[in-house]
Structure formats: C-alpha cells, structure tokens
Ligand binder design. Structure first.
Ligand code: SF4
Ligand code: SF4
Length: 350
C-alpha cells in the first residue's frame, strides 16, 4: 500500500534534514581527523535468529541497561562522533531502544539501526519514527528461508511493505553474493523488490572460510553491477573497494578503525570492528584521544582482504592523506573473550 500524504511529507522533511546533516558530517570529517565518523554500538548481543554463518550473536545475554547505554553515548558525543549505528544481536529486542535512539539524537548524532526486521510492525515503526531514527538497514539473505538463514524475502516482505507505508526514516536493504549463496539470482530479486518499495539497495560479498579473495563468477559479477546501479542513491556507490572484492582483487586502502570508526561491544569495550574483536579491547571510558590518534596511523594487517564495507566507506574520507606507518600494538593485552574472531565473512550485518 502507498504511504499517506502526511507520511510522505514527514519522510521528505526528515530526508532533507538528514541529508543536510550528512553533508555537514562530510565537511567536518574533511576538516579534522580528530573525531570518530561512524560508531557501531551493541545494546543487545542476544538474537531471536541463529543464522549459521553468524559470529555476532548469542541466545542468552541481557540488554545493556539504559543508564549505561546513555553513558556510552555521552562519551561518544563528547569525542565528536558524527553517526552511530545500533547493531547486535537483534537490537529491537532491547526494551528501551527508543530511548537509546532519542538520546543519540539529543546529543546531535545521526541515528542508524541494523535489524533483522522480524520485530517490526506498524506500532514499532511509528515508535522508531517518533524516536527520531534516520537510517534502518535490513540484510536479506535469500528469497525463501533455508537451513542457513530465515532472513528471506518471503518471511520479511510483509514487514517491508509496512516500512514502505509507515517509515519516515530511510531504509536500505542489503543482499548478499558469493561463497555459500545458493542462488545468486536471489540477490537481484531482493534488490529489485527493495527499489520497487522505494528503498535503497546494497549488496555485500562474502567469501569462503579461509578468507581468501575469490572473484565472483561471470553471472554473479553481472548481478553485482546491476545491484550497484539499482542502489545508486546509496553512498556505497562511491565504494570502489566493493568492485575490487567482486573481481577478487586486493584493495589498497587505509583502515582507520579504532579512530574514525569504532565498534563498541555490549561490554563497553572498543574494538577495531566486528571481525577484529579484541583489538584494542579497551573500555570506552579509558579510550583517550592519544589512543585514537595512534590507531589512525596504525596499518591494519587485515586491510587487503577486508570485507567490512562500512569501514571502507568511512576510509574514503581519509584515504588520500596521512600514510599509516605504525604497527598494530594492542594497548592492553586483549581481554579473553568467548568468541574472539579474526577475519570473518563480513556477512553478519543482522
Ligand atoms: S577487518 Fe577490515 S575493518 Fe576490520 S580492522 Fe581489519 S581492515 Fe579494518
Ligand atoms: S546475522 Fe543477524 S539475524 Fe542472523 S544470527 Fe546474526 S545477528 Fe541474528
């Protein structure tokens, strides 16, 4: 069903305001390298699903209490952070998520959310509208659910229609191509449906378990290019890295994680990214500007084969300057973690 005139007006207004804030974010990032541009924060590690490829969830952990979440958000705001994306686990399972989003907006940061979408309904979408959410991303793995993933077009299409009708925030649908994906045509069907519903669409590329860059097959590459074209409203179109990954080429770039990009786990520790948890593994409250500065100049050993596209997009703003000449050196011994992982498949964006 089509969105009402009122919803379309609210959507247009929020889009214009968010775009203006994004342009300011780019200006600020180009003018100074001293603040984080993008932070992923985890308020809830627990997930209602159990996708077999995922290393970013459990089925038992409790939500991070709201006062603790606000404290972490305040620390990030004080650092000058521009964008915060809430991720998980499944963040919609957090009982006070609306207030978390509200607090991000109160502190002037752009508010995003990555969800598997299963808890969305009209009432929940309205609450996210009211809280001030600006971006939402759902990753859809297949057209029909299978033993690997239930995040399928079939299970989620009704929720996508509700988003199309009621959401005033921007919605992006991410599909996947590469190793382990049964039918590459699924990604195209998902992307076309996303565009039909008025959303942006992106595609992630996954690799086999040894993390090697393997070029996509000929048909997969065609599909990849077509989806990139469909997703031309998304900033990811500027990401040449994704094209290199699709062709199996190593990418020469400067990963600024730990500085311009931070991953804050449910325990409030700072990590390079979801796939390099443990580096540096320092509590956010103790993470100083000097530590961020050091990470800015630290060359990441995993950069050439990295599949984490959001950090790549942040990297674009600094790739042209400041060569990295420091070697990775955890500032404290990495805390033992049950699920310390190295390079993953870059697919677990909920
Ligand atoms: S995996 Fe990618 S994003 Fe993460 S630290 Fe390595 S290069 Fe950076
Ligand atoms: S990929 Fe997302 S939905 Fe699937 S188990 Fe992981 S966190 Fe949950």
């Amino acid at each position: 069903m089509r969105a009402s005139v009122k919803t379309r007006l609210r959507r247009g207004l929020r889009f214009a305001r968010t775009r203006a804030r994004e342009l300011r974010m780019i200006g600020k990032a180009l003018a100074s390298t001293k603040h984080p541009i993008l932070v992923h924060i985890i308020p809830m590690r627990q997930c209602n699903l159990a996708c077999t490829y995922c290393n970013e969830y459990d089925d038992f952990s409790k939500p991070v209490p709201l006062p603790e979440m606000k404290k972490r958000l305040d620390l990030l705001a004080d650092m000058g952070t521009s964008i915060i994306t809430i991720s998980g686990g499944e963040p919609l399972m957090h009982p006070e998520l609306d207030e978390v989003i509200r607090h991000m907006r109160r502190r002037g940061m752009i508010a995003g959310l990555i969800t598997n979408g299963f808890y969305l309904n009209r009432e929940r979408i309205e609450r996210l509208n009211e809280a001030g959410l600006e971006h939402l991303q759902i990753s859809i793995d297949n057209v029909v659910p299978d033993e690997v993933s239930k995040k399928s077009l079939k299970t989620l299409d009704g929720r996508l229609e509700m988003l199309s009708e009621w959401a005033v925030f921007q919605v992006n649908i991410n599909s996947v191509l590469g190793s382990g994906v049964k039918d590459p045509e699924d990604a195209l069907k998902i992307a076309r449906r996303a565009v039909e519903l008025g959303f942006t669409s992106t595609v992630g590329i996954i690799h086999d378990n040894n993390g090697q860059l393997k070029p996509l097959g000929a048909r997969e590459q065609e599909i990849f290019e077509e989806i990139m074209e469909l997703g031309k409203r998304s900033f990811s179109r500027f990401n040449e890295f994704q094209h290199n990954v699709a062709r199996g080429r190593k990418h020469n770039w400067r990963c600024r994680s730990g500085s311009r990009y931070l991953y804050i786990c449910e325990d409030g520790l700072v990590h390079w990214c979801s796939q390099q948890r443990g580096y540096p593994g320092i509590p956010l409250a103790q993470y100083t500007p000097e530590m961020r500065h050091r990470e800015y100049f630290t060359e990441k050993f995993c950069a050439a084969r990295c599949t984490v596209s959001c950090v790549q997009q942040v990297g674009i703003l600094d790739n042209w300057r400041d060569p990295q000449n420091l070697k990775p050196m955890p500032m404290t011994p990495p805390a033992p973690q049950p699920q310390l992982v190295q390079i993953g498949q870059g697919r677990g964006d909920s």
